[in-house]
Design a protein around this ligand. Structure first.
Ligand SMILES: *Cc1c(COP(=O)(O)O)cnc(C)c1O
Length: 400
């Protein structure tokens, strides 16, 4: 794809105007929205209103004027992106904390089932949290196995299968419906981490019959650094599962100030403490900024950007480790190169921001909301020049 061809494709792209909804610094090609989504323009005004009017003028009255209901309200805005009903999603805490809550709840559901199954090489916090969560439940154990051993590892002792829908390094995607069925056939629950799928590819939790899910607010949802995360529990499980972080905000009547805990209705029980309203407002503004964008259009453009980048990668002999079939991946592309770390540093120096993932992975988010074909073409040109500079250079050895 030449630069002229890329410009022609941008001119014909119906999603092109969406780019103006984001603050994108001059001289930067941003291919890292899968780690930190950029600032939506509307967030500036929304956070100004939160600070100046809601906090500054309305003071504590704002809790009754919208703040208290914000976890459920914003959850309802995430629901259409993940194939959930509005009353199945709540925004609270971090993805890590939500994983903990759901893993413990799943283990306590049936004492005869004590094992959590996950994948080796899953996102680190998922495994770390699972390790901590199983230690909180008598008999609880974590068994992490390679992807090709997962199916055999799930059995009648499995309480929970914990999987990341799209892999943060390789972009490989699990077939959500098939793996949900596999877990259910063994009588286990399944918990999907949607951090690298929500807002990037179509997700249909209810269509797949999924039980639980968590996901991140600051990646493809553009909710700002450290944005609150979300948590989904299928309606049929909501009355049975208990939040081990039984805080007052999840109480049925927080302002009755009782000594004894009584779980709130529906998803309210998954709240713990007071919501961080500055961050909640930014996440809500990020969601409002893309509420009218159809996910299918995003996925189609993302696949086209991927194909353009993959072709450029092939031309310079880079090894693409992301699946070529769009149905089998998320929306980022990843290459393997022994000099990945130095190559990414040189790219960032030239204003092409992707990221390096240990030990040898170059990762580029191709977020169709604001990334265009010219961006991809320019990034690929810079990548080709930098890779050529590293040709014939011995790979870095281990540091003694
Ligand atoms: C980004 C990401 C997280 C982040 O968890 P935090 O608690 O927000 O730090 C968790 N899981 C996956 C799969 C991720 O990609």
């Amino acid at each position: 794809m030449t630069l002229d061809e890329a410009r022609a494709r941008d001119a014909a792209d119906p999603l092109r105007p969406l780019r103006d909804r984001f603050v994108l610094p001059d001289g930067v090609i941003y291919l890292d929205g899968n780690s930190l989504g950029p600032l939506p323009r509307a967030t500036l005004a929304a956070n100004r209103d939160l600070v100046e009017r809601q906090w500054g003028e309305r003071l504590i009255r704002s809790w009754d004027e919208g703040w208290m209901g914000s976890p459920a309200r914003i959850g309802g805005k995430i629901a259409p992106w993940i194939g959930a009903d509005a009353d199945e999603v709540i925004v609270t805490d971090s993805t890590s904390a939500n994983l903990f809550k759901l893993i413990v709840a799943a283990l306590r559901r049936d004492p005869a089932r004590t094992v959590v199954i996950s994948e080796t090489g899953n996102f680190p916090t998922d495994l770390h949290i699972a390790e901590g969560a199983v230690a909180c439940v008598p008999g609880g154990t974590l068994r992490a196995v390679p992807r090709d051993a997962l199916a055999d590892a799930i059995d009648d002792r499995t309480a929970l299968v914990l999987l990341s829908h799209v892999h943060y390094k390789t972009s490989a995607r699990f077939d959500m419906a098939a793996w949900t069925r596999r877990a259910h056939d063994a009588g286990a629950l399944i918990l999907w981490d949607l951090s690298h799928s929500v807002g990037a590819i179509p997700v249909d939790l209810n269509g797949a019959g999924a039980d639980m899910a968590v996901g991140c607010g600051y990646k493809f949802l553009n909710g700002g650094p450290g944005a609150p995360a979300f948590l989904y529990v299928a309606e049929r499980h909501q009355a049975q599962l208990a939040n081990p972080i039984s805080g007052w905000m999840g109480h049925a009547r927080p302002f009755a100030f009782t000594d004894a805990y009584e779980a709130g209705a529906g998803m309210e029980r998954w709240r713990a403490g007071t919501p961080p309203m500055l961050a909640m407002a930014a996440l809500e503004a990020g969601l409002d900024a893309i509420a009218d964008v159809p996910i299918e259009a995003l996925a189609t453009k993302s696949a086209a950007l991927f194909d353009a980048f993959a072709a450029a990668g092939d031309a310079i002999g880079l090894k693409c480790i992301a699946p070529r079939d769009p149905a089998e991946r998320g929306s980022h592309i990843a290459f393997r190169h022994p000099h990945a770390c130095a190559i990414m540093a040189a790219l960032v120096e030239r204003g092409v921001i992707g990221d390096f993932r240990d030990p040898d992975i170059l990762r580029f988010g191709l977020t169709p909301l604001y990334v265009g074909f010219e961006d991809v073409a320019r990034a690929a040109l810079a990548l080709a020049e930098i890779v050529a500079d590293h040709r014939g250079v011995a790979p870095p050895g281990p540091i003694a």
